[in-house]
Design a protein around this ligand. Structure first.
Ligand code: EPZ
Length: 420
């Protein structure tokens, strides 16, 4: 298994190009199931999860072509299998996003129930409840969700989600575009990746009102057509690099970024003492001092994102002062704490609240990643730790970051991938 070897080094300086957002690319690829035309996607990050989604769609008969750099052509004219198998779904929970579009277009779908993962049980009850409200008949059998739409079509309905769910909103939004009649989705997630999907669906001919708000109204249409769409820049990748500079000091400019999707994170970095400037598609950070400790509470967008919690905890670990980090979205998203403490951090957690007492220096160690963002947190901690840090189980990191070691070494980090 690959590892990253990192030597604690000085400030980072230079430019980094941000990739397209993983959490937008995955639902956008699944939207290809909604039409017999071709969906052209650009700015797609070449990540493990994108390749898994490609395999999943191809297994259903979707024609998928890619330049293996950043472009995909997805054509759903020859879909001949409405089943998403366990062996793929178990490697990527987001496979559940084929359920809504497949059921809406073909009147039936069988998707292996995604298990939990390291950060929590991650149920999909809201996805299923919403589809049943739209007329679907759903049974759970042998670990599979088996769904049918009577008469082959879902019916427009009013769906109120019990909590803000990104995947639930995306699945139900895609299903509603081809339902008979009008669907009102209430308590929607408004994450930029949900907005990006909705904007692409409108380009495909969907009729959606209220994009970017908690209530979307979707007037079902008979069919959707293809379109061209560029994936929104990855705000979490961008936030991860900004946290790295907040820890190491230096001046870095992020290109192809989307600062307008990152207000909460940028505000917290300014509070920590960073000088941030931003234009339409770039963000610069200038960090000339040790960061100041900053309290964090993760909430749905536009609040502080749960996917940035681990990375900001690394900043707080070396900050001046103490801070509290409260994780309100997932029940088990503090697994980076014991690994940071092995690097000399002083963090204690009780329930969903962690208290972080900043220390002047971390010390390099061999650490183990347990989930995607915990991995990123350990990598950026290694950039400032004294001596050598080895981050193991890189398959987590490779699911969400495109060439992270290349991007970081280009701005002065001492980091290399060791392929075992
Ligand atoms: C998406 O996951 C992202 N993944 C996650 O990013 C992100 O952390 C999460 O949204 C929250 O922003 C993708 O977009 C592929 P949710 P998702 O449904 O859709 C509960 C990363 O690191 N819930 O918004 O699975 C759930 O348990 C990943 O890039 C139910 O109870 O998240 C959680 O507590 C990690 N029932 C909360 O809602 C449901 O039916 C939010 O989950 C659905 C969700």
């Amino acid at each position: 298994m690959d590892k990253l070897r990192i030597i604690g080094n000085g400030p980072l300086n230079g430019e980094i190009k941000i990739s397209g957002a993983k959490n937008a690319a995955l639902p956008l690829m699944c939207a290809g199931l909604l039409t017999a035309d071709t969906l052209y996607l650009r700015n797609v990050p070449m990540l493990a999860d994108v390749k898994t989604t490609q395999k999943l769609l191809q297994g259903m008969g979707v024609r998928v072509f890619t330049d293996n750099i950043s472009e995909f052509e997805i054509n759903g004219s020859a879909v001949n299998n409405t089943c998403a198998p366990y062996d793929l779904v178990k490697t990527m929970r987001a496979s559940i996003l084929v359920l809504g579009p497949t059921l809406a277009r073909f009147g039936e779908a069988q998707v292996s129930l995604p298990g939990g993962c390291a950060i929590g049980s991650r149920p999909v009850d809201q996805h299923l409840k919403g589809l049943e409200t739209m007329g679907a008949e759903i049974v759970i059998e042998h670990g599979y969700v088996k769904a049918k739409a009577p008469g082959g079509k879902l019916k427009g309905a009013r769906v109120v989600m019990d909590m803000v769910t990104v995947g639930g909103t995306e699945n139900l939004l895609m299903a509603a575009t081809l339902a008979e009649g009008t669907t009102i989705l209430d308590n929607c997630a408004v994450e930029p990746e949900v907005v990006d999907l909705a904007e692409c669906l409108v380009k495909m001919g969907a009729k959606i009102q209220g994009i970017g708000t908690a209530t979307m109204v979707v007037e079902g249409v008979d069919k959707l057509h293809g379109c061209e769409h560029s994936v929104v820049p990855d705000r979490i990748e961008a936030g991860t690099f900004l946290c790295a500079v907040a820890m190491t000091g230096g001046k870095v400019v992020l290109r192809h970024a989307a600062p307008k999707t990152m207000d909460a994170v940028l505000d917290k970095l300014v509070e920590a003492g960073a000088v941030i400037e931003a234009g339409d598609d770039w963000i610069s950070i200038d960090m000339r001092q040790r960061p100041k400790a900053v309290n964090i509470r993760t909430v749905p967008h536009p609040g502080f994102p749960t996917d940035m919690q681990a990375q900001f905890m690394a900043v707080n670990a070396v900050a001046e002062g103490s801070s509290r980090v409260v994780e309100t979205i997932f029940e088990n998203r503090f697994m980076h704490i014991p690994e940071l403490n092995r690097m000399g951090a002083d963090i204690s957690a009780e329930g969903n609240t962690a208290v972080v007492n900043g220390v002047a220096r971390l010390s390099g160690a061999t650490v183990m990643a347990t989930d995607l963002r915990a991995s990123a947190c350990l990598v950026i901690a290694g950039l400032v730790a004294e001596g050598e840090t080895t981050v193991e189980r890189l398959y987590h990191l490779d699911r969400g970051y495109e060439h992270i070691e290349r991007k970081l070494s280009a701005v002065g980090a001492k980091i290399e991938r060791i392929t075992a």
